[in-house]
Design a protein around this ligand. Structure first.
Ligand code: MN
Length: 291
């Protein structure tokens, strides 16, 4: 695969907050081109801290991508107008901070909240979707101004209700009608929801702005039964040139373990060194995939 290959920092962390700078050199040394970080964290940084992070990435030839599942208090699909507006304000700040850092890719559950705690009935789902569109029309103006791809992550039914499959994602992005309204497809979620992962990717041609990879149990790519050749072929078929970012989650504990629902150790009690070796082997596996 010729796409830039990345990894999400939370592979090594138990909490969502972290010092990202040490991860830049680390992932570069392990063979990655991209480090994905928590988009919410950059809002709380000072302008100086943001500049330092951006320049450390630049110096090491690592591209930063940004991801977040919006917490309930910033739910841009909320039926409560105060919450919805707070959400729009917060994501607006993320876009401002990303623009300052030269960021071009924002992905995640940036159209609703994650993880979804209150499961709605189907009528309520449609109202949430409508409110979400109201919020995004506003946010996409800013994304267009900054030339940032706003990548809506399509996730499985147990985590959100608005966009569960590529077909829903494409319809939603079309309705938004902005050149910056893109999709983030993720093999972990597609494995649960799609008839065919390859066909789902092909059906989203022109809309895929970012891509997440992981095995069915979120171990490092290349260690499970995900159809990697089919996935590589489909990405090639749609001429996808963006980043392919892995999100392995294999350790228990902390808020990360809780939100991701890691209820058993999937790392084989790996040492820090073994964690690095597994990431390195996975980057190599993805780069050597034949299309
Ligand atoms: Mn993902």
């Amino acid at each position: 695969m010729l796409n830039p290959v990345g990894i999400y920092y939370a592979y090594w962390e138990k909490e969502w907050s972290a010092d990202f700078i040490p991860y830049i050199k680390k992932v570069k040394n392990l063979g990655f081109d991209v480090l994905e970080i928590n988009a919410g964290a950059i809002v709380d940084m000072t302008a100086k801290e943001r500049a330092e992070l951006a320049s450390a990435a630049k110096e090491n030839g690592v591209t930063l991508t940004y991801c977040i599942g919006l917490p309930g208090k910033y739910d841009v699909s909320s039926l409560d107008e105060t919450t919805r507006k707070e959400g729009v304000r917060f994501v607006g700040k993320i876009l401002d901070a990303m623009n300052e850092m030269g960021g071009k890719t924002l992905g995640g559950i940036i159209y609703a909240t994650w993880p979804m705690v209150n499961v709605p009935d189907i009528d309520t789902k449609m109202r949430l979707r409508e409110q979400s569109i109201v919020s995004l029309r506003e946010l996409l103006k800013k994304a267009e101004q900054y030339d940032i791809n706003y990548c809506l992550e399509v996730v499985n039914r147990f985590e959100q209700c608005i966009l569960n499959c590529a077909e829903e994602g494409v319809a939603y992005a079309k309705e938004l009608g902005s050149p910056k309204a893109k999709l983030l497809l993720d093999t972990f979620h597609m494995n649960i929801e799609e008839d065919s992962i390859g066909d789902a990717i092909r059906s989203a041609k022109g809309y895929v702005g970012h891509f997440h990879i992981g095995e069915c149990n979120r171990k490092t790519p290349g260690t499970g039964r995900m159809p990697w050749n089919e996935i590589a072929r489909a990405l090639n078929d749609i001429d996808y040139k963006g980043a392919v970012v892995m999100e392995p989650f294999i350790r228990t504990g902390g808020q990360v373990g809780k939100d991701i629902k890691v209820f058993r150790d999937l790392s084989g009690n790996a040492s820090p060194q073994h964690m690095d070796e597994m990431a390195k082997a996975s980057a190599k596996f993805i780069k050597e995939l034949q299309e």
